[in-house]
Design a binder for this molecule. Sequence first.
Ligand SMILES: NC(=O)c1ccc[n+]([C@@H]2O[C@H](COP(=O)([O-])OP(=O)(O)OC[C@H]3O[C@@H](n4cnc5c(N)ncnc54)[C@H](O)[C@@H]3O)[C@@H](O)[C@H]2O)c1
Length: 269
Amino acid sequence: MGILSQKKGLVFGAFNEHSLAWHVAQHCLDEGADIVLTNTTAAIQLGTVARLAEEQHVPLVECDATDMDDIRSLLTRTQELLGGKIDFILHAVAQSANLRRHKTYEQANYTYFQRTLDISALSLHKILQAALEQDAISPHGSVVALSYIAAERYCHGYNDMSDAKALLESIARQFGAVYGQYNGVRVNIVSQSPTPTKAGTNWDELDLWYQYTNHMSPLGNATADDCANTCVALFSDLMKSVTMQTIYCDGGFGRTILTPEIMNDYRHT
Ligand SMILES: NC(=O)c1ccc[n+]([C@@H]2O[C@H](COP(=O)([O-])OP(=O)(O)OC[C@H]3O[C@@H](n4cnc5c(N)ncnc54)[C@H](O)[C@@H]3O)[C@@H](O)[C@H]2O)c1
């Protein structure tokens, strides 16, 4: 008996074993939940999620999280597969072609920019809107989307993803109010430390970034398992009154200006 036993979940964004969504999925299974995994057709072909799903006997359903028809079919199919309404949803969906193609913020390609916002932020609105239409989420259910602190602060190199994360966090607050008043469904954000995943590797000089945030966080960088535990807590009934929040799973980074490690780094340069 885990804290998610009897609960049914839908997990967006597992690409491979490094994905934050895959860590969340595993922790949900360990806590007794039944889940459905979803990703795009391309991601399923390119990544390893199909093998992971098969190994764990978890259904995997294709869906482009920017396409309303896909989302509607996914929600219907998920309820069929799980035998009832959905208790929790993880949104771990993001992509920026500007970042991937090393376009700087001031040189943004606007077609890419709009796609970044659509994939990484509006997709949350679309999922919630389609879920509300179908009344697909159980009363007091829980929706969590993953973000990064660059939603609210300048972060060199994070590019148009900063704007997407700001929009994502705003949608979580707005829709959290609407859905909460409808049937008590909670919508929260987990703002995670930099973590080595496929999305994480779009970044130039990744090692320096991880080292900096690790040294700037009193607890060190939060791991993918830390992120998963935070999501599981939010999915559980223990967090029944928490909604419209950004929860920082970042080892204290967001509340820190200077640490002894950073002083030391400069002393040795
Ligand atoms: N890795 C980090 O450092 C970090 C830190 C904070 C927040 N996050 C956030 O965590 C989430 C998961 O990212 P990750 O780091 O695990 O990387 P990841 O690359 O493993 O996951 C991103 C996922 O988004 C999916 N995706 C892209 N376009 C999609 C679409 N149109 N429809 C459905 N799915 C689509 C990809 O297929 C992939 O599975 C993202 O929102 C990311 O911004 C990551």
